[in-house]
Design a protein around this ligand. Structure first.
Ligand SMILES: Cc1ncc(COP(=O)(O)O)c(C=O)c1O
Length: 440
């Protein structure tokens, strides 16, 4: 038996007890449970990189405003379905100041997390024109979005952008859009899981083709301003968070408060609809909604049906955080820079011990350091690596579940790894490398 940081008999026993057909294929939650069990039995703490949850406390600005709102009695009152006016105004201002994009407050709608924004959109955008019923995912991506399409019965297509960066994106994207069934496309930027960021050229290509084929671009900005290679933190001052909204008027933006504002627990996000799309009319909508206008169908049809709006008090929290960010008194980007700084150190530990970074470039630019990074180890598939990692007290998820074609890869999330665990991570990686020498 080779020497591993977590005793092999314990790992083998817990794998057997888990009844999982293949550990490397388990869902994130199943993996989490297995690791909890191994931790309990071995008394050893894992380096947990499987879950993409914030690791920084919520801003007191939001928390205080929410408490104040609750004290004033909002808990007893239904909020407006499309959001309280003060929040709508701050979202619109935020979009202007951090993206340099004009969207009227009316079109800015709080949702129950960005997740609900996605669900509402898949449901609505695929009903505007009956022949356009399919969403295209620019992968790798967040698996829950595809799950949403599945539970809704919305058809989807996808491709991994890894081999189609820069100019190559045009032909590949056009090969899907030309078919005429694609209503919308979705990507996250910065990307979960790979942390690639589309370049300005790529955003222009996406917009150009969306305009040509009348396709709605759904841009998921869950990691808003978190490409730390540039400073996007100053309101109203360039550079701005890059966005397709600069180049097309056919967009929906999802801006999550979960990571940028560490407000995941209150489940509040923003859905921002371009004015042109908001006012688009189509008779096909009347089959499902009382209005043929997209914006009204979205608010009074979809959002009303789903949850009749978003938590009242959380809306005041978000309004206060946005107001402070808009006024320049709260630098929310500074609060989350720690993720990027940890990523630099952790990536080096991996690469020093024989690992490779899978998604490593934005065209010719070095990839940013942030919430996630992707790794592989020569000679292993992602599934094999996940299982091997159990013996080394390390956890991550396989890229295979994200639509990535890089089946050798894993996604590592930095947020829950404490700096105090760095020496342990380093020694476990060194041990892994010793036990799996690369030149043998
Ligand atoms: C790409 C992406 N989109 C959406 C979400 C969900 O955001 P929210 O917590 O606002 O629902 C996440 C969360 O991990 C994400 O990574």
């Amino acid at each position: 038996m080779i020497d591993t940081p977590i005793p092999q008999d314990i790992v083998l026993k817990k794998i057997a007890e888990s009844n999982l057909p293949a550990v490397g294929k388990a869902s994130i939650r199943e993996t989490k449970r297995l690791i909890d069990e191994i931790e309990k039995e071995s008394g050893q703490k894992f380096i947990r990189m499987e879950m993409g949850v914030p690791g920084i406390p919520a801003s007191y600005i939001g928390v205080n405003a929410q408490i104040e709102a609750l004290k004033k009695g909002v808990a007893a009152i239904y909020p407006d379905i499309d959001g309280v006016p003060i929040l709508k105004a701050e979202i619109s201002r935020f979009v202007k100041l951090f993206l340099d994009v004009d969207v009227p407050a009316y079109n800015c709608i709080p949702t129950v997390g960005s997740m609900q924004g996605g669900f509402a959109c898949f449901m609505t955008v695929n009903r505007i024109h009956k022949e356009k019923n399919t969403t295209l995912f620019l992968d790798p991506g967040f698996p829950v979005h595809k799950q949403q399409c599945k539970v809704l019965g919305v058809p989807f297509e996808s491709f991994d952008v890894y081999n189609y960066r820069g100019d190559k994106l045009r032909d590949k994207l056009e090969s899907y859009l030309i078919k005429g069934n694609i209503s919308s496309l979705l990507y996250s930027n910065p990307n979960n899981p790979s942390w690639i960021c589309f370049t300005d050229k790529e955003l222009r290509i996406i917009a150009e083709l969306a305009n040509k084929y009348n396709v709605i671009v759904m841009e998921d900005l869950a990691y808003f301003c978190m490409d730390f290679r540039k400073d996007y933190s100053k309101p109203g001052v360039p550079p701005y968070q890059p966005s397709v909204a600069k180049y097309t008027d056919n967009f929906i933006l999802f801006i999550s408060s979960s990571k940028a504002f560490s407000y995941a627990g209150e489940r509040i996000g923003m859905m921002v609809i371009s004015d042109k799309l908001f006012n688009t009319s189509s008779p096909d909508l009347l089959k499902y909604y009382s209005s043929d206008m997209f914006g009204r169908a979205m608010i009074f049809g979809t959002v009303y049906s789903l949850s009749s709006g978003t938590s009242h008090s959380a809306q005041y929290a978000l309004a206060a955080m946005l107001k402070a960010a808009n006024e320049g008194s709260f630098n929310f980007v500074d609060s989350v820079k720690e993720y990027g700084e940890k990523a630099i150190i952790m990536k080096k530990m991996f690469t020093d011990n024989g690992f490779e970074i899978v998604y490593d470039k934005d065209e010719d630019l070095e990839l940013a350091d942030g919430f996630y990074f992707t790794i592989s180890y020569p000679g292993f598939t992602g599934e094999q690596l996940i299982e091997k990692f159990l013996y080394y007290g390390i956890s991550a998820i396989s890229l295979a579940i994200t639509g990535s074609e890089r089946l050798e890869g894993l996604r590592a999330c930095v947020s829950l790894v404490d700096r105090g665990q760095f020496p342990t991570l380093e020694s476990r990686l060194r041990k892994f490398n010793e036990n799996h020498p690369l030149n043998s």
